[in-house]
Design a protein around this ligand. Structure first.
Ligand code: HEC
Length: 191
């Protein structure tokens, strides 16, 4: 019993001493550092030689197969008709058709496609009518385009047309919005 009380008193005394000594009132003194290695980490500049890694690269190369955040790998090759048809067969449009997604599709279409394909998708955009673009962009409301499955249209928007006359839009427009544009293209044909 006495021993227990003694232990408590000793522990209390140690804690009290630690509390009283751990904070210094001197504002110009940062206090004692017991493990400097852990307290102050040594930064390395990106393009310097590393003494830590055996290949001496400070900037690490991402592990093989690493995917940037928000990026979806796209396995179908550009300018390949076989891949375009495969995309048409295999890809499923994940964006439902409703007022909200159609509004998104329209907004994105007006930014990225309208200048060439025109407000109503007839291939009469300003870039063509002002003679700044030499080739008439395909009408998106005719059967030739409308007869293609969503996945094929998605492929065209993502990688560009087979001839390369229309560029790829995969890098500018996020996947979800590319699908939304396709829904909007369908709605243009119904008008
Ligand atoms: C710089 C002008 C330009 C822009 C911007 C553009 N297109 Fe095109 N697009 C064209 C031209 C030109 C063609 C015909 C190219 C060809 O036949 O190779 C075409 C063809 C197409 C085709 C048919 C492709 C085929 O296989 O025949 C589709 C579908 C299409 N565009 C959709 C879109 C959509 C959707 C957008 C917006 C994301 C867009 N385009 C943006 C110029 C453009």
């Amino acid at each position: 019993m006495i021993r227990k009380a003694f232990n408590i008193a000793i522990t209390g005394l140690i804690l009290l001493t630690m509390t009283l000594t751990s904070c210094k009132h001197d504002r110009h003194h940062p206090g004692y550092v017991f493990m400097p290695d852990m307290c102050y980490s040594e930064p390395s500049d990106a393009y310097t030689v590393s003494h830590v890694f055996s290949d001496s690269l400070t900037m690490r190369i991402p592990v093989k197969g690493t995917i940037p955040r928000g990026y979806t790998p796209y396995p179908y090759k550009a300018k390949s008709y076989t891949d375009q048809i495969a995309a048409g067969k295999e890809l499923v449009n994940p964006v439902p058709v409703n007022a909200e997604t159609l509004a998104t599709g329209k907004a994105q279409y007006d930014i990225y496609c309208m200048l060439c394909h025109g407000k109503k998708g007839k291939g009469d955009g300003h870039l063509y009518t002002s003679k700044k673009f030499p080739m008439k962009p395909t009408s998106l409301v005719e059967k030739y385009v409308q007869g293609k499955p969503d996945g094929e249209l998605y492929h065209i928007v993502t990688t560009g047309s087979l001839s390369g006359l229309m560029g790829a839009h995969g890098a500018q427009i996020k996947s979800e919005n590319r699908w939304a544009i396709i829904n909007y293209m369908r709605s243009l044909a119904m008008k």
